[in-house]
Design a protein around this ligand. Structure first.
Ligand SMILES: [Zn+2]
Length: 230
């Protein structure tokens, strides 16, 4: 009897190990082991249980992207931290995570307690945006056509433009606008922007730029973010 229970436990552990899997190639996930000062942000080391849960969340989100897509992003280091805090200049943003360039690749920092699947999608959008912007694949003029006439980032009142932006944070700058548009679409799923055409157009534009720039061989007819357009 005891052996049966042990065998069942071993099987469960094996199954949970399989479910977790490894991150896609080019992506590494690790927990911070000490307090880190990132310049504009600082954070501490997370509790092991929180770090494990966050790592599982990251794996789940990455599994939603087409196989091999992340190979085209450069090296991505994901660092799991606790109590991520930022300077006053970032006061409008949430401190769930941020992404910085690191050499030829990226450093994505996630607060284990504050981040959720939407945060991970948001940070991935920043990576995609950075690659597309460098490649000249995104036109600011075309993008501004999806914003209200005369609008300038860093100004304006969200109450006036609820149909044009995912939230007030999206009005801070063009990169946050793209990341929040992408994140919100993935949070809501199909039909996300059915009654907000400006946001639908933003997502469609960003999705098209991704299709045009990256190698999409083997991709599904509609990716997870393109399904949100439906
Ligand atoms: Zn952001």
């Amino acid at each position: 009897m005891k052996r049966c229970i042990l065998a069942a436990l071993a099987m469960l552990l094996l199954l949970s190990g399989c479910a977790m899997g490894e991150p896609p190639s080019g992506i590494s996930v690790r927990a911070a082991s000490e307090y880190t000062d990132f310049g504009s942000f600082s954070a501490g080391a997370p509790e092991p249980g929180d770090a494990e849960a966050a790592e599982a969340l990251v794996q789940e989100v990455l599994a939603l992207y087409p196989a091999g897509f992340s190979d085209q992003w450069g090296e991505v280091q994901i660092l799991l931290v606790a109590e991520l805090t930022g300077e006053e200049a970032f006061a409008h943003g949430s401190y769930a995570g941020f992404t910085l360039r690191q050499g030829e690749g990226w450093l994505m920092v996630l607060d284990v307690r504050a981040c959720d699947a939407g945060t991970v999608h948001h940070e991935i959008a920043h990576i995609l945006d950075g690659i597309l912007t460098d490649a000249g694949a995104l036109s600011e003029t075309e993008w501004m056509a999806f914003c209200p006439g005369g609008f300038a980032y860093g100004e304006g009142d969200f109450e006036r433009y609820p149909d044009f932006f995912a939230d007030a944070y999206a009005m801070e700058n063009i990169r946050e606008d793209r990341a929040r548009t992408f994140e919100e679409a993935l949070r809501q799923g199909p039909g996300a922007y059915a009654d907000r055409p400006a946001l639908w157009l933003k997502l469609e534009y960003f999705s098209r730029a991704i299709r045009d720039h990256f190698d999409t061989e083997g991709w599904p007819e509609k990716t997870i973010w393109e399904l949100a357009l439906g």
